[in-house]
Each structure stands twice: as C-alpha cells, then as structure tokens.
Ligand binder design. Structure first.
Ligand code: GRF
Length: 197
C-alpha cells in the first residue's frame, strides 16, 4: 500500500478527491498525513477523514530555508512513499526537493510547459489562449519544469473568468492526479525512471 503525504495551502479540493479515492479499499494508496503552510481551509478535509495533519507556518521568504527544514522534519516523521503538492503555494527549498524528488509530484492548472508559476489560469486568459489544461509533474528545482507525468487539454470558453476556468480545470487535475497516484502505487509508473536526463 503506497503511503502518501499531501501538502496544501488552500481549499484542498484536489486533496479531498484523493481522500475520497483512497477511502475505497480497491485504491492501492492511502493518505497518511496532510501538511500546510498555514491554517488552510483544506485541513478540514483531513479532519473529516480522520487523517493527521500538521502546519508549518510560512514566515516570509527570508525564512524559507528554516521553513523548509521544519517541513522536512515533519515529513521525515511520517516517511511517505510519495508526496503530493496540491495547491501548496510555496516553492520548496532546494534541500527539500533534493531529499524527496522524484517521489515528489505537483498538480498544476495549465498544460505545461505553457503558463508555469503561481498564476497559470489568469495568465492563460490574459494571453488570449483558446485552450489550456492540467498537468501532473515531478517537482524538480525549477518552477514547474519537472518531468510531465500526465496532462490533458481544457478548452477556454469565451467570457471565462479566472475562477470559472479554474473550477473547470480542477476536476481534470483531480482525475489526472488520482490516476498518477494509482499508477505509482501499482508500479506501472516508476518515478525513479523519470529523473530529468
Ligand atoms: C489547484 O488548481 C492546484 O493545481 C493549484 O492550486 C489549486 C488548488 O486548488 N496549485 P485546491 O486547494 O486543491 O482546491
């Protein structure tokens, strides 16, 4: 059974989808802990599903290294087979990436390498794109530059605002994420073979 830690900053809708999938005995992975960089509303999903959680409060970019060291200490306590960033709005310090990647994956609301970074949905609309997408990647020490594990196109409807488009992208992200976790758990997807060449 693959053990998974999920790190969030926001509402955790992708986390919830993973918790719901893992609640099925047929799913080959289980979420063992949820972490956040603040008292994110998504922590409520962990509580509802009886999953332990922790918060390592973000204290500013000048404290990034110390924040990363505390986050790493928390993760070492649990020793997950896989760490999923799903809405964590922080760049992990290089030491944390080096410790856990490639068993460290991220969901992103764009069709990478298009629109990397924290404002992917807004950027796609601003660019006048007619389609964007969702991606699941291995976290490397760049910004959304790691190996792509899964991705799918999402059309941008005329008049789409950021919120409407993001809510249409998220279900695709969730489906891709759950499938990637399942494939890692069954050995169908070997993350160790995805390391950037
Ligand atoms: C997701 O689209 C994720 O890819 C992005 O932020 C959003 C988080 O949504 N980084 P939620 O917190 O899972 O609802």
């Amino acid at each position: 059974m693959l053990t998974v830690a999920v790190l969030i900053s926001g509402t955790g809708s992708n986390l919830r989808a993973l918790l719901e999938a893992a609640a099925s005995s047929a799913f080959p992975a289980r979420v063992i802990v949820v972490g956040a960089d603040r008292e994110a509303s998504g922590l409520g999903h962990a509580e509802e599903f009886g999953i332990p959680s922790f918060v390592v409060p973000w204290r500013g970019a000048d404290q990034r290294e110390a924040w990363g060291e505390e986050l790493d200490r928390q993760l070492e306590v649990w020793g997950p087979d896989l760490i999923v960033l799903s809405g964590l709005m922080r760049l992990l310090p290089a030491g944390v990436v080096a410790r856990w990647s490639p068993r460290l994956i991220n969901t992103h609301p764009a069709y990478l390498p298009e629109f990397p970074g924290a404002h992917a949905v807004r950027d796609a609309i601003a660019a006048g794109a007619t389609r964007t997408g969702a991606s699941v990647i291995v976290v490397d020490d760049g910004i959304d530059t790691g190996p792509i594990l899964a991705q799918e196109r999402v059309e941008i409807a005329p008049g789409d605002d950021e919120s409407a488009l993001h809510e249409r992208i998220k279900p695709v992200e969730r489906r891709l994420l759950i499938d990637v976790v399942r494939r890692v758990a069954t050995g169908e997807l070997n993350l160790d073979l995805t390391a950037s060449v």
